[in-house]
Design a protein around this ligand. Structure first.
Ligand SMILES: NC(=O)c1ccc[n+]([C@@H]2O[C@H](COP(=O)([O-])OP(=O)(O)OC[C@H]3O[C@@H](n4cnc5c(N)ncnc54)[C@H](OP(=O)(O)O)[C@@H]3O)[C@@H](O)[C@H]2O)c1
Length: 281
């Protein structure tokens, strides 16, 4: 199978291209230099020239707080850019996988979100990712929407790298303890995404590593596994103001994955252990 992957310079796109190659698929990885997804002409030309059987769309405007002040560019990338890709996939009659986010939900309650639950984003980034989902759903029948959360990969910035860096200079840190979710290791997720794109089991899915935690729990486990002595203090979201509002409940139900015969990801603690080994070497 030949698969075009957007966002190859980002955390997820990098691992998806590696996984495709490992599985003897032909992978064409592109980023903004080869294909600016906001440029419809460029998207049309690059996808047609590559003539793939599928597109895995990982590129996005992912600066969640900066998005609050940059709504136009964020929408241009996440909504219209996704629409540009969906249009070409429709014309070529190829399958498309769009990577989305837990931020499409309002974060209320404690029940894990099901893939078909009502979407009500709390911030600009979440709203534009939701609009991207609509672009895909309205244009295509052969699509996967895979919502992920709290992403970490070797190729890019993430919470783990931030904690490890802060831990070098600080012996005490405050970390939010009232937002609950599940981290997602891009290396593990890439295996699942390739499993999925090989099938015709289209639809909306949720995919994260197994197990739940707060950012506080996550930070404690990072320092424990890294062997660093940092005192982590739990704080509420109100005590740690940021520009974009975050959902408190990011519990994501992965039942649909299992019902469709897909293998769930390992626990987040196990993923963290392997990730630390990789970035230490
Ligand atoms: N990170 C998270 O915690 C998280 C959580 C839930 C869902 N997601 C979703 O998961 C997917 C992968 O996330 P990630 O963390 O791997 O993202 P990432 O590391 O920020 O990578 C995104 C890539 O897209 C590129 N890009 C930005 N604008 C573009 C444009 N106009 N045309 C083409 N490429 C463009 C970026 O280039 P530049 O770096 O040059 O801008 C970057 O290489 C995204 O769809 C994201 O919305 C992420």
């Amino acid at each position: 199978m030949k698969v075009l992957v957007t966002g190859v310079k980002g955390q997820l796109g990098y691992d998806v291209v590696n996984e495709l190659k490992k599985r003897n698929h032909e992978a064409v990885g592109v980023d903004i230099e080869e294909m600016d997804i906001t440029d419809g002409e460029s998207v049309n030309r690059v996808i047609r020239e590559a003539a793939p059987d599928a597109v895995i769309h990982c590129a996005a405007y992912t600066a969640v707080d900066a998005a609050e002040d940059n709504e136009d560019i964020c929408r241009k990338v996440n909504a219209r850019g996704t629409g540009n890709i969906a249009r070409v996939c429709k014309e070529l009659d190829i399958r498309m996988m769009y990577i989305s986010t837990d931020y499409v939900f309002n974060g209320q309650g404690t029940r894990p979100w099901e893939p078909d639950d009502h979407r009500e984003p709390l911030n600009v980034y979440g709203q534009t990712k939701y609009e991207g989902e609509l672009e895909v759903e309205e244009k295509l029948a052969k699509y996967f929407i895979v919502r992920i959360a709290w992403v970490f990969g070797v190729n890019g910035k993430n919470f783990i790298k931030t904690m490890l860096n802060l831990g070098k200079t600080r012996d005490k840190l405050n970390v939010v303890a009232d937002q609950i979710g599940s981290p997602t290791y891009t290396f593990d997720l890439a295996r699942l995404l390739v499993d999925m794109i090989e099938t015709e089991k289209y639809g909306r899915y949720h995919a994260t590593n197994e197990g739940l935690c707060s950012w506080y729990d996550f930070a404690c486990e990072i320092f424990k596994q890294a062997g660093m002595k940092v005192a982590v203090e739990p704080v509420t979201s109100d005590q740690f103001p940021v520009k974009a509002k975050r959902p408190m409940n990011s519990r994501m139900s992965k039942d649909k994955l299992k019902e469709n015969g897909f293998q769930p990801l390992p626990s987040w603690q196990d993923a963290l252990r392997r990730y630390l080994t990789v970035i230490e070497n």
